[in-house]
Design a protein around this ligand. Structure first.
Ligand SMILES: NC(=O)c1ccc[n+]([C@@H]2O[C@H](COP(=O)([O-])OP(=O)(O)OC[C@H]3O[C@@H](n4cnc5c(N)ncnc54)[C@H](O)[C@@H]3O)[C@@H](O)[C@H]2O)c1
Length: 403
């Protein structure tokens, strides 16, 4: 099969590698740098498994800039372009997805388009009608950024959204599911063929459930901290119940990363005119948590106290969400940093890979020794052994030293 993938991101590249083991795959991006990196056998982002596959495996994979002709003779086109949340419209910005669909519709209307980007509920049905292309499927992606290729090779499930009553497209969907299974290493992958809106809803409800769980343990931690109680003892007691489970229960400054904040907001937008309490509360809980964390940091740093020795510098240890993360898209630390900056706190940031000297008006340091000596209080969303010598001035809610 000839497959073209739009977008050299986590989703596009991991899927392209999976499919390029048995198919002829071209991956496109607007960024020349990402194209060159893939063609030289390297990953544009940190992922050991992707590096290994690009370097060692026999893949039939070429990267090109997106104006290329690669859509023209493709059997399938996968769309893996960004869908950022637009705060003005209170909805996903889907223009990058639409640009690809428009182009494919112009040059190769027979290609089957599989949207992998996360989209609002109802989007695929509406774009099929608006752009006059009936060959469009939606298949949500569940990979995590820290283990993108692993999650594609061992998927929890494959969900394929297919329009009702279109036998031909349902067959094309089944063939595509076969291609995904053919490239995967996991046996017995659960496969669900659903209607289009339902497949879109599966993705948004899955991420909103994950955000709910993070928000729940964070709110438990807020309670324990205010009441002077031991969060760990409470969580351990709760999580012995197998219905709750001892995983995904580590408090943090808030849920973050590219997907959970935007997907919860999009689901809430889809709830317009539908009664709800929980979905709204999940979105609001994250903001409340970051307000609380900010207030605790300011107290710890002596702001508002008469006896404070000035200046009390707050050191931000990493802007990234997790230990192994290579970007800080929507990390909860950014929300806390913004609040601290708005309150006029004096902040320095330790982020060794950051290209600029300042961020949000705060100094960025790449030298660990300078950062340590400048900071009176160090805040860390996640623990790192590097922090061990300065733990007496560290404020973190990372209880288990894991994600
Ligand atoms: N990152 C994740 O963990 C994850 C997991 C599941 C689903 N998703 C969803 O998948 C989608 C992509 O996410 P990502 O993290 O892989 O994105 P990303 O930002 O890492 O990469 C997207 C790439 O698409 C490129 N692009 C934009 N417009 C293009 C066009 N017209 N033609 C070709 N390339 C174009 C960008 O330059 C960028 O390199 C989003 O909708 C996201 O919500 C992401």
């Amino acid at each position: 099969m000839k497959i073209t993938v739009a977008g050299i991101g986590y989703v596009g590249l991991a899927n392209a590698i999976l499919l390029a083991q048995h198919n002829d795959v071209t991956i496109l991006d607007l960024l020349q740098e990402r194209v060159d990196t893939v063609n030289s056998g390297r990953s544009p982002f940190m992922d050991n498994e992707i590096e290994e596959y690009l370097a060692d495996k026999k893949l039939n994979l070429t990267a090109e800039v997106s104006e290329s002709d690669a859509y023209r003779d493709a059997d399938y086109v996968l769309v893996a372009t960004p869908t950022d949340y637009d705060p003005d419209k209170n909805y996903f910005d889907t223009h990058c997805v639409e640009e690809v669909i428009q182009r494919v519709t112009e040059v190769n209307p027979n290609a089957v388009i599989v949207i992998k980007s996360t989209v609002p509920v109802g989007y695929t049905a509406s774009v099929r009608e608006r752009l006059g292309n009936n060959n469009i499927l939606f298949s949500p992606e569940f990979l995590r950024e820290g283990s993108a290729l692993y999650d594609i090779l061992y998927p929890s499930r494959i969900i394929m959204g297919v329009p009702l009553n279109d036998r031909q497209l349902a067959d094309a969907a089944q063939r595509f599911v076969f291609l995904l299974k053919q490239g995967a290493l996991k046996e017995d992958i659960p496969v669900l063929l659903t209607a289009l809106d339902e497949a879109e809803a599966v993705k948004l409800f899955s991420n909103t459930y994950l955000a709910l769980r993070v928000a729940f343990f964070n709110e438990l931690d807020t309670y324990a901290e205010i009441r002077g109680m031991d969060t760990k003892q409470i969580i351990e007691g709760i999580c012995c119940d197998p219905r709750i489970g001892d995983y995904y229960n580590n408090p943090s400054f808030g849920y973050g990363g590219y997907c959970l904040p935007k997907d919860t907001k999009q689901l809430l937008a889809n709830y317009r005119n539908v009664p709800n309490n929980i979905i709204k509360a999940i979105v609001e809980a994250n903001s409340t948590r970051k307000d609380f964390i900010t207030q605790r940091i300011l107290e710890k740093a002596g702001y508002g106290s008469e006896s404070r020795e000035c200046p009390c510098v707050i050191g931000v240890y990493r802007l990234t969400m997790k230990k192994n993360s290579d970007n800080f898209r929507q990390s909860s630390m950014l929300g806390v940093l913004k609040r601290l900056t708005d309150k006029g706190a004096e902040v320095v940031i330790y982020e060794p890979n950051f290209p600029e000297e300042s961020y949000m008006g705060n100094k960025v340091l790449s030298d660990w020794e300078t950062f340590k000596s400048m900071s009176s209080v160090i805040i860390a969303n996640r623990y790192s052994p590097e922090l061990e010598p300065v733990m007496d001035k560290v404020y973190t809610r990372d209880i288990y030293f894991r994600d």
